[in-house]
Design a protein around this ligand. Structure first.
Ligand SMILES: CC(C)(COP(=O)(O)OP(=O)(O)OC[C@H]1O[C@@H](n2cnc3c(N)ncnc32)[C@H](O)[C@@H]1OP(=O)(O)O)[C@@H](O)C(=O)NCCC(=O)NCCS
Length: 228
C-alpha cells in the first residue's frame, strides 16, 4: 500500500494489494491499520474499489467525494481532426503556474494543490499542456507514460468542453498509433466526442475519512488518479 501526503492535513491511501495466495488471512487488515494509524490525525482519502465500499464505510470512511468512471481508448488517426475553440494549447512553462493554480481552485476551492500538481504534472514521462485564450489560462491537462504503449490522462481541467477536447487532442496526437490510454471521467459527464469508442471500465467512489473535501466538477473533464 502506498500513501501520498497531498497537503499538511490530507493523506491519500492507494493500492492496497495482497498477493492472491496470501489473501483472507488478515494481512490486508494489518497493512490497512498500520497505514491509517501512521496517517492520523489527517483526513484520509481513497478511491474505493466499488465492491469494498461497504467495508470502507465500516472503517470510518463515511464522507463521499466524487464518483468517477474509468475508460480506455486506443489512439488512431481519428484524433488528428483539429478542434476549433479559439485558444492556443502549449506546453506548460513556469509563467503559467499562477493561472494554473487559479483554474485549479475552481475545482478544489478549499485545497492548495500546488505541491501535488508540481509533483505529478512535471517530470520524466509526463507531458502537461495549458490552454491560453490570450488573457489567461483556461485549461490544463497532462498525460504520462505508464509502460510501453500504455498511457494515462491524469487531469483535464478546462472552462468548457471544447477547450478540454483541444487539450486532450494535443496530448494524444503525440502518442504512437495504437497506444492504449486510460482516463477517468466524473460521473455525470461523458467522454468527449474525440474519444468516441472508448471502452467503459469500472466505477470508483472517492471516500474521505474525516470530512468531505469540496469539489466542483463543472470544469473537471478528467479526474486525477490516485491523488486528491
Ligand atoms: C482487498 C485485499 C487487499 C484484502 O486483503 P486480505 O489480506 O485478503 O484481507 P483480510 O484477510 O485482512 O481481510 C480484511 C477485510 O477485508 C474484507 N474483504 C477482503 N476482500 C474483500 C472484497 N473483495 N470485498 C469486500 N470485502 C473484502 C474481509 O472480509 C475483511 O473484513 P473484516 O475485517 O471486517 O473481517 C485483497 O483481497 C487484495 O489484494 N485484493 C485485490 C486488490 C484490491 O481490490 N484492493 C482493494 C483496494 S483498498
Amino acid at each position: 500500500m502506498n500513501r501520498v501526503r497531498c497537503t499538511d492535513d490530507v493523506i491519500y491511501m492507494d493500492n492496497l494489494i495482497i498477493r492472491p495466495e496470501a489473501r483472507g488471512l488478515g494481512i490486508g487488515r494489518h497493512v490497512w491499520n498500520a497505514v491509517v494509524e501512521a496517517s492520523r490525525p489527517g483526513n484520509i482519502v481513497l478511491d474505493g474499489v466499488q465492491a469494498m465500499v461497504p467495508w470502507y464505510r465500516k472503517q470510518g470512511f463515511t464522507h463521499s467525494g466524487m464518483d468517477v468512471t474509468t475508460y480506455s481508448f486506443r489512439v488512431t488517426g481519428s484524433i488528428n481532426k483539429p478542434v476549433q475553440c479559439g485558444v492556443s494549447v502549449i506546453d506548460l512553462c513556469d509563467s503559467h503556474w499562477p493561472g494554473v493554480l487559479t483554474l485549479d481552485r475552481t475545482v478544489y476551492p478549499t485545497l492548495d494543490r500546488e505541491r501535488i500538481l508540481r509533483a505529478f504534472m512535471v517530470g520524466n514521462d509526463v507531458r502537461t499542456v495549458v490552454a491560453d485564450d490570450g488573457r489567461e489560462v483556461v485549461g490544463i491537462g497532462s498525460v504520462h507514460k505508464k509502460t510501453e504503449g500504455l498511457y494515462g490522462l491524469r487531469n483535464v481541467i478546462a472552462t468548457n468542453e471544447q477547450v478540454a477536447e483541444a487539450i486532450v487532442r494535443e496530448l494524444l496526437v503525440g502518442l504512437p498509433q495504437e497506444s492504449k490510454v486510460l482516463f477517468r471521467v466524473p460521473v455525470g459527464k461523458k467522454p468527449m466526442e474525440l474519444l468516441g469508442g472508448a471502452e467503459q471500465g469500472s466505477l470508483n467512489t472517492r471516500l474521505h475519512s474525516d470530512k468531505t473535501i469540496e469539489i466542483c466538477t463543472d470544469n473537471l473533464w478528467m479526474a486525477l488518479c490516485n491523488i486528491v
